[in-house]
Design a protein. Structure first.
Length: 208
């Protein structure tokens, strides 16, 4: 799967962090591939998570808090050190740009179902390629579940209860912010149309 964010896993950690910063700017200014293609040029089916969910709201609130807190802190610090206030102002500006990039990426990076597997992408926060050969089951979650914090579980729902769970037969690489790598066997995430997503995956897992 041709996904620049996922491909950064092939670099060592310092380079992964730099590549992640590059992707932030790419999505901030809309310099990204709108469509990803599977092997052979097949167009992937797209499933959004930002239309009915709380992802963009949560990220927007974070951006707003960065502005309010940044102004308050900068005004306070400016009374003691103008240079420090300028430095903090620059940091807060970058934090705000990061929040904007995350909001934009939430619509630019849908979850993809391809003939070969599922590419789980949640903004620039999570990215994992799940080949069908390693998927054991896809589960539609219809009630609230308790958050699981275990090394082999990745909770990708941002501000929402997950409504889809995919269990793998073996661990897969998942790329997190700054290029941090996790290797989960179970992923929980939110999809705007979970029933359609589960059907699409099951049809490819067990073709008629």
């Amino acid at each position: 799967m041709n996904d620049a964010f996922f491909k950064i896993r092939s670099y060592k950690q310092p380079l992964r962090a730099l590549m992640y910063e590059k992707l932030i700017w790419a999505h901030l200014f809309g310099i990204h591939a709108k469509y990803d293609r599977a092997a052979g040029g097949a167009v992937a089916s797209e499933f959004s998570y930002h239309k009915n969910g709380s992802t963009r709201t949560i990220l927007g609130v974070i951006g707003f808090l960065v502005i309010v807190e940044g102004i308050a802190i900068d005004v306070f610090v400016a009374t003691h050190s103008a240079r420090l206030a300028i430095a903090l102002g620059i940091v807060h500006a970058f934090m705000l740009l990061y929040a904007v990039a995350l909001i934009r990426a939430s619509s630019q990076r849908p979850v993809l179902v391809t003939p070969d597997g599922v590419l789980v992408r949640i903004s620039l926060l999570f990215c994992a390629w799940l080949p069908f050969a390693s998927i054991e089951k896809v589960i539609l979650i219809e009630r609230e579940v308790e958050r699981k914090n275990t090394p082999n579980t990745l909770w990708c729902a941002v501000g929402d209860q997950p409504n889809v769970c995919i269990q793998m037969s073996n661990a897969v690489d998942a790329v997190l912010p700054l290029g941090i790598i996790r290797r989960p066997t179970t992923l929980y995430f939110y999809i705007d149309t979970p029933s359609e997503f589960v059907v699409a995956v099951e049809n490819l897992l067990s073709p008629s």
